[in-house]
Design a protein around this ligand. Structure first.
Ligand code: BGC
Length: 768
């Protein structure tokens, strides 16, 4: 596809001119969602060109049978897939009985806009049909934040050069298949189709998982903004419900359909009530009307932006890029439901099955924690707490005992659902991220109470896992962790991955530290948790023995920790010396060649230094950065942000900026030539971190003190961001000459800026 076709605007993503080659990429980029449901930017009307239809409902999935050549004990039976759900947006259009299809008619003035400030998607174009009629179309749609099971569409058609018939055929189609279904199976069973006057509903059920979903629509019409009644013809098919309405118009008239859609599921209501609730929702939407719903949408988005916006002056593409990232993160997850999480593609595609990865704890929590109330990040932690039993079962299946837990690498409901050996069984480092998420949350919010109430049980189970997974090496006289894959998936089955060993040690030590504090401060909870987990002091002492004697591969020659035992056996040729025609290596090289190369897919040792920067000196960071950055190919979207943050932290702003640009417009400029599959939602949180933690230098470690060290790329005039720090809204502004903090709250805030203690009184602006 063409790169760089998105026009730069501060608050909007805009495409001008119709190019069928861009349709699928735009369907991803212009997706809309509200944290509970989402919709790719498919056209409402039929399109016979290449398209990837996608409507998704959070939490509704299907266990698609796995495909493997050679079955091994321990393989998960299925790969959970977020389901492509019944299509509620469809409206076919006919002009004097000729179908409108942008693939076959002549299109001009095509413009698509995703308005991020107000949360809506619009499209306008002129089309001349094969039969000569010209129409002008204007559409707008959104998925409501306030009424979170409801979407609304306004679709207006103006007769430019004819008088005659405009036919609208709104429909619900439940005959939907997943693009990524392993065996081309159909995942839905239709239970009931109800048709009425101007409204209808399909009740469907997922096979195997038996989620019930009612998808309803209600429509109404206007000509030249005057409400009109239109005669309805109804067609009920096996898996879909179509209505047809024909309006007579004169040349110059505009005929408009309003379509309200609602998707309600058995996650939230008893099955037998679903149809009624869905009908009530569309009726309510109709009563409120499109403009009132839109108004509430603007207010809801303005509330989100108040605590989440980042303003960049002097670089419009960077401005658009960061807002796009923040917008998509909010469309994916709003933190009101602890059963939901953040899939790497959000609601913009099917890759990664819509499942939860370590991305949530390692990348997303800081974003949600600092731009929303603490309850949102807490819900993300509770998601894992609620899946602890499954993580224990998962570990048992692999031979671990005594309540040890191994959280899945990929999951929907707590069960592991990925079946590549090196990812599922070897990337055990994700267990550490579960605890890092808690640590981060406690540092930032100071809500230590989360630990005795919930977190401690998770910590104990994970500490047990590391204790059992490490073994004593007689040769080394220390504990080792063998046969793992680190965050760098371009090396498998390695021994003593530094990142993994470090987390194993740290998880144990942090668990013991928390146990001691809970014993002192929350004795009743301590008793309860000790009884529930049957933990004894003796056992915890044994864990510590492992932690305190953990082995870390180190090179005296390079004075760096090694990514794994065998790293120095590799030919260390910097990425810069690779021909550009060889890259990305994951598309150009055989897997064999990749695995034995020194090339690093994503931050690995550096991921550890990012997580625990306060435990290393600046010179350590510099040495490790200089050793590993030249070998890193950044072929995971999660990589450049970490390098950008570390580069800023060692005062290498040009490098920090270079990596920032790469992360911020990854999708808008389609760096990896894959945006048609969906956007990289979880790495968008990394982009946010690159500004707030990277350029802004924000940190909150164990002492709970908010610290900043703001720097600015020379390419920008200024930037500013907002954080919600323990309920206090703080705005940070940095230009080439100035640094200002505004405390919008009623409390004074103590912080450290550039190593100096400062106090910002309530409602005051302080210039540093
Ligand atoms: C990365 C993983 C990540 C996954 C989902 C992979 O490419 O290597 O670290 O969890 O994508 O984002």
């Amino acid at each position: 596809m063409n790169k760089d076709y998105i026009k730069p605007f501060e608050w909007s993503i805009v495409e001008e001119g119709f190019d069928p080659e861009n349709v699928e990429a735009s369907e991803s980029l212009f997706s809309i969602g509200n944290g509970s449901m989402g919709q790719r930017a498919n056209f409402e009307e039929n399109y016979s060109g290449k398209t990837f239809q996608g409507s998704y409902i959070g939490g509704i999935y299907y266990p698609d049978k796995t495909r493997v050549g050679w079955w091994k004990n321990g393989y998960p039976e299925y790969f959970a897939k977020v389901l492509n759900a019944p299509n509620w947006i469809g409206i076919d259009i006919q002009i004097n009985e000729t179908e409108l299809d942008l693939n076959t008619c002549k299109v001009s003035n095509f413009k698509r806009e995703l308005n991020m400030k107000e949360g809506w998607l619009s499209r306008s174009f002129n089309a001349i049909l094969e039969t000569g009629e010209e129409i002008q179309v204007n559409t707008k749609r959104f998925i409501s934040l306030e009424y979170n099971e409801t979407g609304a569409i306004e679709y207006a058609v103006k007769a430019i050069n004819f008088s005659g018939e405009i036919t609208f055929s709104p429909y619900i189609d439940a005959g939907i298949v997943n693009e990524d279904s392993n065996y081309d199976e159909y995942f839905w069973e239709i239970l009931k189709i109800v048709s009425g006057r101007n409204s209808g509903c399909i009740l469907s059920k997922t096979l195997k998982t038996a989620f019930h979903l009612a998808t309803a629509m209600e429509v109404l019409f206007a000509v030249n903004n005057e409400k009109v009644n239109a005669l309805q013809q109804t067609e009920v098919e096996e898996k879909s419900l179509h209505y047809t309405y024909t309006l007579n118009v004169n040349k110059g008239d505009t005929a408009t359909i309003y379509k309200y859609g609602s998707c309600v599921s058995s996650l939230n209501y008893p099955k037998e009530d679903l149809i009624e609730v869905a009908f009530d929702n569309v009726k309510k939407a109709h009563k409120l009307g499109f403009l009132n719903l839109l108004e509430s949408q603007k207010v809801a988005w303005s509330n989100i932006w108040h605590t989440a916006d980042i303003i960049i002056e002097g670089d419009i593409k960077a401005q658009q890029g960061i807002r796009f990232n923040i917008f998509q993160l909010n469309q994916t997850y709003l933190g009101t439901d602890a059963r939901l999480n953040i899939g790497p593609k959000g609601f913009t595609g099917e890759k990664y099955g819509g499942s939860t990865y370590w991305d949530t704890e390692a990348y997303c929590i800081p974003f949600y924690m600092a731009t929303k109330d603490a309850s949102v990040a807490k819900n993300l932690l509770l998601y894992r707490y609620n899946q602890l039993d499954k993580a224990i079962e998962n570990a048992e299946k692999l031979g671990f005992k005594n309540g040890a837990a191994l959280y899945p690498m990929v999951t929907m409901n707590g069960e592991e659902c990925h079946n590549e050996w090196e990812i599922t069984f070897e990337e055990i480092h994700r267990n550490g991220a579960m605890i890092y998420g808690i640590y981060n949350y406690v540092n930032y919010t100071q809500d230590f109470e989360y630990v005795p109430k919930f977190g401690l049980e998770v910590m104990i189970a994970v500490a047990r896992f590391w204790h059992q997974r490490a073994n004593f090496s007689e040769a080394k006289g220390q504990y080792v962790v063998l046969g793992v894959t680190g965050p760098n998936e371009y090396e498998n089955n390695v021994n003593n991955n530094f990142y993994t060993n470090y987390l194993a040690k740290w998880c144990i030590q942090y668990a013991v530290e928390c146990l001691n504090r809970v014993e002192q401060e929350y004795p009743a909870d301590f008793k309860r948790v000790m009884a529930k987990t049957k933990l004894t002091n003796k056992e915890a002492k044994k864990w510590l023995q492992v932690a305190e004697n953990m082995y870390f591969p180190f090179s005296l020659e390079h004075n760096v920790y090694l990514q794994q035992d065998g790293f120095l056996d590799k030919e260390l040729i910097p990425v810069a010396e690779l021909e550009s025609s060889e890259r990305p290596i994951n598309q150009k090289w055989s897997w064999d060649r990749i695995l034995r190369s020194c090339y690093i897919k994503q931050a690995d040792v550096l991921q550890c230094m990012f997580f625990f920067e306060n435990k290393f000196g600046k010179e350590d960071l510099e040495r490790h950065f200089d050793f590993y950055e030249p070998l890193t190919v950044h072929e995971s979207s999660l990589s450049p942000c970490v390098h950008s943050i570390l580069a800023a932290s060692i005062d290498r702003m040009p490098k920090a900026y270079e990596q920032y640009v790469r992360t911020s417009r990854l999708d808008l400029d389609d760096y990896n030539h894959e945006v048609h599959e969906g956007c990289h939602i979880t790495s968008m949180a990394g982009t946010w971190m690159s500004i707030v933690q990277g350029f802004g230098g924000m940190r909150v470690w164990e002492d709970g003190i908010l610290t900043f060290n703001p720097q600015i790329p020379k390419e920008w005039k200024s930037y500013s961001f907002t954080i919600n720090f323990r309920g206090n809204i703080i705005k940070v502004f940095k230009s080439q000459t100035e640094c200002k903090f505004f405390n919008e709250s009623g409390n004074e805030i103590h912080m450290i800026v550039n190593k100096n203690k400062i106090l910002i009184p309530s409602n005051q602006l302080v210039t540093i």
